[in-house]
Design a protein around this ligand. Structure first.
Ligand SMILES: Cc1cc2nc3c(=O)[nH]c(=O)nc-3n(C[C@H](O)[C@H](O)[C@H](O)COP(=O)(O)OP(=O)(O)OC[C@H]3O[C@@H](n4cnc5c(N)ncnc54)[C@H](O)[C@@H]3O)c2cc1C
Length: 537
C-alpha cells in the first residue's frame, strides 16, 4: 500500500546521493541514457570539495613525476572536451613556472617516479643535497614536452620553456632567471557548472518523460528495500523510493555515509585537506595579468597563484592528511602563512600580509585510503567500489577531479546500464553544457558573477529571483555562497544579506519569520568557514 508521502517514480530509478560535481555528472549521464534519477544532498549542491577546489581544469602536470601517465592523458582529453562543450564555464588559462636554475631535480624526479622519494635512499639524498627537489629548467621543459605529447590534438597552444626575464616576464623575480609557460584551463564557478549539469539532466528527463528530482538538505534512511528521504529543514514530507541502484557520491563523506547506512564496508577514503586564500592586493593582481603562476614552494610542493576575476587572486593549495568530518575543514593560519610566504618569494614586487587576505577556504579531497607515505603520493585517479551487502546495490565513487567528472559519470553510468541490462543510447562527449542562466535570459554570455557591479542582477527579471526559482535554492547560505558567489565580493554587507533573505521569503523559500535567523546563520558561517566578517555585523 502506498503512503501519502510516497511518490510514484518511473522505473528503473537510480538514487544518486551527493550533489557535488561527480553526483551531478552521473545523474546527467543516466538521464542522457534514458534512466530516471533522484539526486539527494544532505547539504546543498556543490557543498563539498567541488566548491573548495583550485578551480582548474587541468591535466595535472605534476602527476607526470609519479608516472601517472594514464591519469594525465585522461585529464587532458577531458580538458579538451570541456573546453569544447562548456566554453561558458571553462576558459583557457596561461600559466608561468618561475625557474631558478638551468639543471637540477632530475635525480629526485627519478626517485619520485620510482616511488623511492620517502625511502631511506630518498632521505639520504635529501640530507646530502638539500636542494635536490628543486626542479631545473631542463626537467620542466621535459615535463612540458611530455604534457604536450599526452595532450595529443589539444585545442590549447603548446607549452614553451626557458624564456629569460625581460622577454615579457618582468614581473618574475630576478632570482628566477627563467620562466616556462604552458596552458591549462580555469573554471571560475564549479558551483554553477554543477547546477548546469543538473539543469541539463532535468531537461533531458523532461524530454524523455523520465523522473528527475533534486532534493537538497535531505537525508537518506534505509528501510529494507525502501529508502526514505527526510527533509532536514522540515518543509517537505518524507518521500519513499525503491531505487534499483544507489550511487554513493558523497565524496570525502563516503565512509561516514556507508557507516550511516550500516552496509558494512572497509575504509575506502583517506582524504587530504587543501586550503586556499583570496587577496585583493592590486600589485599581485597586476603582476599576474591574464596568467597564473605555478610555483615550487620550499618543500618542493607546487602551488598555484591564479587570477580570480579582474581584481582578485586565488592562492592554493596545501595538502595534509585529514580525518575529521569534511565540513569542519578550515584554512589554518599556518597554512595561510605558508602560502603567503610562497607568493612573497616568487613575486618580488609584492609584500603580501595576513591583513590582505580577504577570505579563505578549505576542502577535503575524496582520495582512496592506502599506505601512501605522503599526501602527495596518494593516487589521484578515480575508482568505483561496489557494495552488495545491503538490500540495494551501492556504487561508491572514490577520487576524481573536477576535470574528469564527465569521464567518471560515463563509467558509473556504464556500470549501472549493464546492471539494469539497458543499452547505452547516447554519449556526452559532444553534448554542450550551456549556462542555464544565459539560456533562460536568452543570452549567449552568462552573467558574470565575480565582481560585476550587477552581481545580483539589476535587469528584469533580477538574476537572484531567476536563480531562486530555478536552481534549487533553499537557504540564504545556498544563495550567497554557491549561487551568487558573494563570498568573493568584498562589498557584501548586512543590508545585502537582509535584502536577499527578504527576497527568499518573498519567493516562498522560507517563512518571513526566518529572515533574522537566516541572516544570523549565514553571517556566522561566513566568519567560521571563510574568515569573512560581513560589514555591519
Ligand atoms: C583543495 C582542493 C583543490 C582541488 N583542486 C582541483 C582542481 O583545481 N581541479 C580539479 O579538477 N579538481 C580539483 N580538486 C578535486 C575536486 O574538487 C574533487 O575531486 C571533486 O570536487 C569531488 O567531487 P564530488 O562530487 O565527488 O564530492 P563533493 O564535491 O565533496 O560532493 C559530495 C557531496 O555529498 C554531500 N553529502 C555528504 N554526506 C552526505 C550524506 N550522508 N547524504 C547526502 N549527501 C551527502 C555533500 O554535502 C556534498 O555536496 C580539488 C580538491 C580539493 C579539496
Amino acid at each position: 500500500m502506498r503512503t501519502d508521502s510516497e511518490q510514484i517514480v518511473s522505473r528503473p530509478v537510480v538514487l544518486v546521493v551527493g550533489a557535488g560535481i561527480n553526483g551531478a555528472a552521473v545523474a546527467r549521464e543516466l538521464t542522457l541514457n534514458g534512466v530516471s534519477a533522484v539526486v539527494v544532498d544532505a547539504n546543498d549542491i556543490a557543498f563539498g570539495a567541488t566548491s573548495r577546489s583550485s578551480r582548474l581544469i587541468h591535466g595535472g602536470l605534476r602527476y607526470l613525476e609519479r608516472g601517472d601517465f594514464a591519469l594525465v592523458r585522461e585529464s587532458l582529453r577531458e580538458r579538451a572536451i570541456l573546453l569544447k562543450t562548456a566554453p561558458q564555464f571553462v576558459k583557457p588559462l596561461r600559466l608561468r613556472i618561475p625557474v631558478r636554475r638551468r639543471f637540477g631535480g632530475l635525480i629526485w624526479s627519478v626517485l619520485t617516479f620510482l616511488g623511492w622519494d620517502r625511502s631511506c635512499l630518498g632521505r639520504f639524498w635529501l640530507r646530502c643535497f638539500p636542494n635536490a627537489r628543486e626542479r631545473g629548467l631542463w626537467l620542466i621543459r621535459l615535463g612540458l614536452w611530455m604534457y604536450d605529447r599526452l595532450a595529443n590534438s589539444s585545442p590549447l597552444p603548446s607549452g614553451e620553456g626557458g624564456r629569460r626575464p625581460g622577454e615579457g616576464q618582468s614581473t618574475i623575480d630576478p632570482r628566477y632567471p627563467f620562466s616556462c609557460e604552458y596552458f591549462d584551463a580555469q573554471i571560475l564557478s564549479p558551483e554553477c557548472f554543477t547546477v548546469a549539469l543538473l539543469d541539463d539532466a532535468r531537461q533531458l528527463a523532461r524530454d524523455q518523460r523520465l523522473t528527475f528530482d533534486v532534493h537538497t538538505h535531505t537525508l537518506v534512511e534505509f528501510h529494507d528495500h525502501e529508502v526514505r528521504l527526510i527533509d532536514r529543514l522540515n518543509c517537505n514530507a518524507p518521500i519513499t523510493l525503491r531505487p534499483d541502484v544507489i550511487i554513493n557520491a558523497t565524496g570525502a563523506w563516503g565512509d561516514a555515509t556507508l557507516a550511516d547506512w550500516r552496509v558494512g564496508s572497509p575504509k575506502l577514503f583517506g582524504g587530504t585537506k587543501g586550503s586556499h586564500f583570496v587577496t585583493a592586493n592590486h600589485e599581485l593582481r597586476a603582476a599576474l595579468g591574464d596568467a597564473g603562476i605555478y610555483a615550487e614552494a620550499g618543500d618542493g610542493r607546487m602551488v598555484f597563484v591564479l587570477p580570480l576575476g579582474e581584481d582578485q587572486t586565488l592562492v592554493g593549495t596545501t595538502d595534509e592528511p585529514f580525518d575529521a568530518r569534511p565540513e569542519t575543514a578550515v584554512a589554518e593560519p599556518r597554512e595561510i602563512d605558508y602560502l603567503i610566504d610562497l607568493v612573497n618569494e616568487v613575486v618580488p614586487s609584492v609584500t603580501l600580509t595576513r591583513e590582505e587576505v580577504v577570505m579563505s577556504y578549505s576542502g577535503v579531497r575524496p582520495l582512496p585510503f592506502g599506505r601512501a607515505d605522503s599526501p602527495s603520493s596518494i593516487p589521484r585517479g578515480h575508482w568505483i567500489e561496489e557494495n552488495t551487502n545491503g538490500p540495494n546495490p551501492i556504487l561508491t565513487l572514490i577520487g576524481g577531479k573536477l576535470t574528469t567528472c564527465r569521464a567518471l559519470g560515463e563509467e558509473v553510468a556504464d556500470r549501472v546500464l549493464s546492471r539494469l541490462r539497458l543499452p547505452r543510447i547516447a554519449s556526452s562527449k559532444e553534448r554542450s553544457i550551456r549556462d542555464p542562466r544565459a539560456r533562460r535570459a536568452g543570452d549567449v554570455n552568462p552573467p558574470s558573477l565575480l565582481h560585476s557591479p550587477n552581481s545580483s542582477g539589476g535587469s528584469h527579471p533580477p538574476l537572484a529571483i531567476d536563480i531562486i526559482r530555478h536552481e534549487w535554492v533553499r537557504t540564504l547560505s545556498d544563495l550567497v555562497e554557491r549561487r551568487l558567489l558573494l563570498i568573493f565580493d568584498p562589498r557584501l554587507d548586512q543590508p545585502r544579506l537582509r535584502e536577499l533573505a527578504t527576497l527568499l521569503a518573498d519567493e516562498g523559500v522560507f517563512h518571513p519569520d526566518q529572515i533574522d535567523s537566516e541572516v544570523a546563520t549565514t553571517t556566522a558561517r561566513l566568519r567560521q568557514v571563510y574568515g569573512i566578517d560581513v560589514a555591519g555585523s
